[in-house]
Design a protein around this ligand. Structure first.
Ligand code: NAI
Ligand code: AKG
Length: 431
């Protein structure tokens, strides 16, 4: 039977990410003895917006969509975080993703808080012109709940530079002519040429790669000929694989929404990317590969496992099967707290999401600064700046984790939350 999107699209269960992020937060706040008043503030989200909005479909019918924007905390600066278009998006998922953004921006030393949003839908079911209308109506409905100095969305799962260009254009069209150009940085991740940053496309994957590289340096491990598997071959999965292949590591298994492919001799990353471009984003059917059952993915023989798709993918049963010695979390919230305990017992290390995938929001910060200051930065300069920031943050987390004898996730949380706690205390709100 021909492999169609309909037959291969995987069913994704409800994710339970909110429970996970709260457990992680509670563990860290106990370890650091967090001020109880600040704990109360950070345990809840500041604002939660649910919007129902109508859009005319190509067949003339009206469909009602459900959109979300959750602003978790802005103690350190404007809210920041991506927009996800996916059937599993609901208020709890967006709350969890918004909290992770607060920790991530704080850990990276950025002048931002955390937010996330999205639309509960399967974008594969819509034409490009329908997606444009859906996005523009969503942006219009969000109105001034977003803004360049207030809340700045960016791409996430199933959204991209084109989505951001539509949002920027819609938002700017609501401003007076003299104000329009001052609002370009209402979103980041725009196309280069429309205020986008050279290299924002690869920033997250580059950051994931850098955290693996710096981890390997501390451990005296050569990445050449090391094998890796990637779940998700979109923006993050592809670019991470690209940079790992450049240093001689070998991609031996990939899973996406349509299926799982393997080749123990190595899957050539650029050929696979070109294949997905020609096949509606799907890896299935790539010539130099075998298709295997989805359930076998996490049990594949490899050195490094990179979840770069959705949340709660590494569950307890999968944690027992994993063969890799390192998990680098490209995705947000891919590992459950219970699974992480098993990984720890088994000596498998985890580079946590809020550190591992922070290259994306660091790139977004550079784009925001570039727009705000009316500057245009070159790719080489940007990659050097990204590397410097990720190296500094990785060093801080890794070395602190060694000193405190804690895992990298708890350490990263503590560093992130301490910065927010300090800001509240300095303002004198909680002496
Ligand atoms: N794009 C960015 O800059 C950043 C993304 N992230 C996180 O990285 C992850 C991936 O995001 P992007 O690459 O931007 O998304 P994307 O939309 O470009 O790619 C998503 C990939 O995941 C696959 N996928 C979807 N459902 C799946 C399933 N049930 N099983 C296996 N694979 C599945 C898709 O087929 C696709 O290959 C998400 O968790 C996102 O929150 C984190 C930081 C920044
Ligand atoms: O670039 C950004 O602003 C945020 C990207 C994002 O959603 C994430 O880091 O999870």
């Amino acid at each position: 039977m021909a492999l169609t999107k309909e037959t291969k699209q995987k069913q994704v269960p409800k994710q339970g990410m909110l429970e996970n992020v709260m457990k992680q937060f509670n563990t860290a706040s106990e370890l650091m003895n967090l001020n109880p008043n600040i704990k109360k503030i950070l345990s809840v989200t500041n604002n939660e917006l649910i919007i129902h909005f109508p859009v005319r479909m190509d067949n003339g019918e009206i469909e009602i969509f459900k959109g979300y924007r959750v602003q978790h905390n802005n103690a350190l600066g404007p809210y920041k975080g991506g927009l996800r278009y996916h059937p599993t998006i609901d208020i709890d998922a967006v709350k969890a993703l918004a909290m992770w953004m607060t920790w991530k921006t704080s850990l990276a030393g950025l002048p931002y808080g955390g937010a996330k949003g999205g639309i509960q839908m399967d974008p594969q079911k819509y034409s490009l012109s329908e997606l444009e209308r859906i996005t523009r109506r969503f942006a219009y409905a969000l109105g001034d709940n977003i803004g360049p100095e207030h809340d700045i969305p960016a791409p996430d799962v199933n959204t991209n530079a084109q989505t951001m260009a539509w949002i920027a254009d819609t938002y700017m069209s609501t401003k007076t002519p003299s104000e329009r150009s001052k609002n370009q940085h209402v979103v980041t991740g725009k196309p280069v040429g429309s205020g986008g940053l050279e290299g924002r496309d690869r920033a997250t994957g580059f950051g994931v790669f850098l955290t693996i590289k710096y981890w390997a340096e501390y451990k005296h491990i050569d990445l050449k000929d090391k094998t890796f598997i990637v779940q998700g071959f979109g923006n993050v999965g592809y670019w991470t694989s690209h940079f790992l292949q450049e240093v001689g590591a070998k991609l031996v298994g990939v899973q996406d929404a349509f299926g799982t492919i393997v080749n123990p001799k190595g899957l050539e990353v650029e050929s696979l990317f070109n294949y997905t471009e020609a096949n509606d984003g799907s890896i299935v059917g790539f010539p130099e590969s075998d298709i295997i059952d989805n359930d076998r993915f996490f049990a594949l023989d490899c050195d490094i496992c990179i979840p770069a798709a959705l949340g709660n993918q590494i569950t307890e049963d999968r944690a027992y099967q994993i063969k890799a010695f390192l998990i680098a979390e490209g995705a947000n919230g891919p590992t459950t707290v219970e699974a992480e305990k098993i990984l720890k017992e088994r000596g498998i290390e985890v580079i946590p999401d809020i550190l591992c995938n922070s290259g994306g929001v660091v790139g977004s910060y550079f784009e925001w600064l570039q727009n705000r200051n009316g500057e245009l930065w070159g790719l080489d300069e940007i990659m050097v700046k990204l590397d410097k920031r990720i190296k500094e943050v990785f060093k801080k987390v890794y070395e602190t984790s060694q000193i405190k004898n804690l895992d990298m996730r708890s350490t990263a949380y503590i560093i992130a939350i301490e910065r927010i706690e300090r800001a509240y205390i300095q303002r004198g709100i909680f002496p």
